[in-house]
Design a protein around this ligand. Structure first.
Ligand code: FES
Ligand code: FES
Length: 161
C-alpha cells in the first residue's frame, strides 16, 4: 500500500491505496464520487474525465498514486468553482438538451470546461475536435456542440467564469 494525499473537489483526502488502483476507482470506490462513471475498459469513451491540476484527463488512465499531492476536480465539485447551483457549462447542457441517458455527460462537461478554458470562443469544428476523445451513444453530438457554443457565449458575456 502507498499513502496518498489528494485534494478532491476542494477537500483533502488521505488514504493508503494499492499501487495499481486507478484514479477513477479511487474516486468512486474510496471517496464515493459516483458522479464520475466508468464507460469502457479501453480508455476510449471519456466518461471518466476529471480535471487533474487543471488539465482534463481520463481518470481510468491515471493511477491514484499519480494523483498524490494533486488537485482533482470532478463533476461533483464543478458548480462550487463558480459558487452557483450549476456551472454555466452544466446549465448550457441542460438548456440545449445536450444529453439523453447522461452516461457520457460528466466527462463531456469536464472536457468542455477544459476546452473553453483553452479556447473561450471555439468554432463548431474546434468543439468537435476538442471533444473527440469523449463518446456519446445517444445524442448525435449536435446538441452537445450547441451546448458548448451556448456556454461559451454565456461565459464570454460575463455571466460567470
Ligand atoms: S472509462 Fe475512462 S475512457 Fe472510458
Ligand atoms: S447521453 Fe447517452 S451516452 Fe451521451
Amino acid at each position: 500500500m502507498v499513502a496518498i494525499n489528494v485534494n478532491v473537489d476542494g477537500r483533502s483526502a488521505s488514504h493508503d491505496v494499492e499501487p495499481r488502483l486507478l484514479l477513477v476507482h479511487y474516486l468512486r470506490d474510496v471517496l464515493g464520487k459516483g458522479g464520475t462513471p466508468v464507460g469502457c475498459d479501453t480508455s476510449n469513451c471519456g466518461a471518466c474525465t476529471v480535471s487533474l491540476n487543471g488539465q482534463s484527463v481520463k481518470s481510468c488512465t491515471v493511477l491514484a498514486v499519480q494523483a498524490d499531492g494533486a488537485d482533482v476536480l470532478t463533476i461533483e465539485g464543478l458548480a462550487d468553482t463558480v459558487d452557483s447551483d450549476l456551472h454555466p457549462v452544466q446549465e448550457a447542457f441542460r438548456e440545449c438538451h445536450g444529453l439523453q441517458c447522461g452516461y457520457c455527460t460528466p466527462g463531456m462537461i469536464m472536457a468542455s470546461v477544459d476546452l473553453l478554458k483553452e479556447n473561450p470562443n471555439p468554432s463548431e469544428a474546434e468543439i468537435r475536435e476538442g471533444l473527440e476523445g469523449n463518446l456519446c451513444r445517444c445524442t448525435g453530438y449536435h446538441n452537445i456542440v450547441r451546448a458548448v457554443q451556448t456556454a461559451a457565449a454565456a461565459m464570454g458575456s460575463g455571466v460567470t467564469a
